[in-house]
Unconditional design. Structure first.
Length: 130
């Protein structure tokens, strides 16, 4: 069919799927999002359920090209494939156990802070968890 852009249609479908996932977030996603949204964490902009290529990452900091993924250990092979793909695009992927994030969100934020400081081009970043 002439004029049909399969890439645009696939992208629109992926964006809609991301919207649906944002509306149906898990409790741990909501907990973490409450700490990351509105530049509340280190002044960094995070996006929630953000489409990248054919994937949707849980959280994404575009200025650092940092993807934060909450793992529930259901599909480790697929998760590893996604991670390799995203890293090939030049992104840093931080994987966090969802159960750990629910038990101790500050530990997750410290891991994010460590990843930020490892990859930040302009020095160290600090955060107040209070």
């Amino acid at each position: 069919m002439v004029g049909w852009d399969w890439t645009a249609r696939a992208r629109a479908d992926l964006v809609e799927k991301a919207r649906q996932q944002r509306r149906a977030q898990t409790s741990v996603e909501g907990l973490l999002w409450s700490r990351l949204r509105r530049r509340a964490f280190c002044g960094l902009k995070f996006r929630r359920k953000h489409p990248i290529a054919q994937f949707i990452v849980d959280f994404y900091a575009p200025s650092l090209r940092l993807a934060l993924e909450l793992d529930d250990a259901q599909m480790p092979e697929y998760d590893a494939y996604r991670q390799r793909f995203l890293e090939a695009l030049g992104m840093t992927v931080l994987r966090v156990d969802a159960a750990q994030a629910e038990r101790d969100v500050e530990a997750v934020l410290l891991a994010v802070l460590d990843a930020v400081n490892r990859d930040a081009p302009s020095g160290r970043v600090t955060a107040d968890f209070g």
